[in-house]
Design a protein around this ligand. Structure first.
Ligand code: GLN
Length: 453
């Protein structure tokens, strides 16, 4: 099959199904066919990249030169970047074909993909349920067969949680593995791009393509990327798996616990030793995470003032113009985080909130570092519940935040994680199991992930 034929098939699915799932904010049919033609020409010359001709979906937080990039915000609804992110450049260099830009919660703030510029993303397993967020569009696109793979970003779970809700694989690489150049900033010390795939191997190909040092991002690390396509085939026999006791003792629905126990048995059958481990400070990850993200979000959102880019509303004075622009351009969740962030960074509160959160963050990192001297990976569910109907979505933000309890430790702890599908719940909805590996041991995610899928 040629790249053009494959792409045509995905373009057709993307355009016919988008009104049902709302996975894409912008469909780029012409660009996709054009890229596929170029890919076919390369293939004819025997010049193939690792993603040659593969139709991919790109979260609308990655800048794409000449293609509208909205961050799912009214503020940037007509923004057409002059340059491309390193992630999209690398995908293109590896032969990837771009189908379009996927839906997300505004500036990546959210867990249900309901704070969006277009319509909330519906879960392909049951359209009355949420897809998860913030990269819900990228997850739903892959789950619904509207792309072969995709990229998203994970600041506190935004790749792993929607992957789990949509029954696919999602990877949060170690901070510093993938360049953040050209990716809309939400929380600069936690944001990281990563892949979605139907299988661990699909995700490994995309990971391999985007991973590596980039001189344009001073936080990207100059260390050689792991060869995940070979690590994925290595045996896990004799390796050690930790079950975090503090999380195991919490209460979960029966099907989530079953999925956890079943995954543990699969690893034991594959020759792993499993044991309970204690991570006392990791339990504080959630409050620590929300203090840090709100502070960093407030600071990152300051650039959207109506002067350089995006929407501009009228005001008599400069201050009135800022105020009118930001009132009209930002949605409720972004405003909430700006207010919380500004409060905790203000004089008199900084030390009590932000300063304390950064100190706790170090204790969490130390907790992981200590435990990873004893075990190779940690195993736990990705989410405390399966997906749920839009009609049962919590109205109060704090309840929504609490659902991130199992994903945020990876981000705050500076380590890496993968969510792999693990059967279905009693209601027939997908379940996800999560593997956590030490910083820069991203290869282990794929090695163990392929045993569990
Ligand atoms: N749900 C989390 C939040 O709202 C995570 C978001 C993300 O990873 N981008 O902050």
């Amino acid at each position: 099959i040629s790249s053009v034929e494959l792409t045509q098939c995905y373009v057709e699915r993307m355009t016919s199904l988008n009104s049902t799932y709302h996975a894409y904010i912008t469909c780029c049919e012409d660009l996709a066919i054009d890229m596929a033609k170029k890919s076919d020409a390369r293939r004819q010359k025997g010049n193939c990249g690792i993603l040659e001709g593969i139709p991919l979906a790109i979260k609308d937080v990655f800048c794409t030169k000449g293609v509208r990039t909205t961050f799912s915000s009214k503020m940037m609804q007509n923004f057409v970047p002059e340059y491309s992110s390193t992630v999209t450049q690398r995908l293109e260099q590896c032969g990837g074909v771009f189908l379009g830009k996927t839906n997300l919660d505004e500036f990546c703030m959210g867990s249900m993909n309901t704070y969006t510029l277009t319509s909330p993303v519906a879960n392909p397993w049951n359209t009355s349920c949420v897809s998860g967020g913030s990269s819900g569009g990228s997850a739903a696109a892959v789950a619904a067969g509207m792309a072969l793979g995709s990229v998203g970003s994970d600041t506190g779970g935004s790749i792993r949680q929607p992957a789990s809700f949509c029954g696919i694989v999602g990877v949060r690489p170690t901070y510093g593995r993938v360049s953040r150049y050209g990716m809309g900033a939400f929380s600069s010390s936690l944001d990281q791009a990563g892949p979605f795939g139907r299988t661990v191997e699909d995700a490994a190909h995309i990971f391999q393509a985007i991973c590596g040092h980039d001189p344009k991002d001073s936080t990207s690390r100059a260390i050689a990327p792991p060869d995940v396509l070979s690590i994925i085939r290595q045996s896990v026999k004799g390796m050690k798996v930790g079950i975090p006791k503090e999380f195991y003792e919490a209460s979960y629905p029966e099907d989530i616990r079953r999925c956890w126990d079943k995954s543990r048995e699969i690893l034991e059958d594959a020759g792993c030793q499993t044991k309970m481990v204690s991570l006392p400070y990791v339990s504080f990850s959630l409050p620590c995470y929300y203090l840090i993200v709100c502070a960093e979000a407030a600071s990152n959102m300051a650039r959207y003032d109506g002067v350089k880019y995006g929407v501009r509303c009228f005001g008599e004075t400069l201050e009135e113009m800022y105020c009118a622009t930001r009132s009209a351009g930002f949605g409720p969740e972004v405003k909430r985080r700006i207010i919380i962030g500004t409060y905790i960074l203000s004089h008199g509160n900084y030390d009590a909130y932000y300063g304390k959160a950064t100190r706790i963050r170090h204790l969490i990192r130390d907790d992981f570092a200590r435990i990873f001297q004893d075990v190779d990976i940690l195993l736990m569910p990705t989410t405390p519940t399966t997906t749920f109907p839009f009609s049962q979505a919590p109205n109060d933000p704090v309840t929504v935040y609490l659902n991130d309890v199992l994903t945020v430790p990876v981000n705050v702890g500076g380590i890496c994680g993968i969510s792999v599908p693990c059967g279905v719940s009693d209601k027939g909805l997908p379940l996800g199991i999560q593997i956590l590996a030490p910083a820069f041991e991203d290869g282990r995610l794929f090695q163990f992930g392929s045993v569990l899928e």
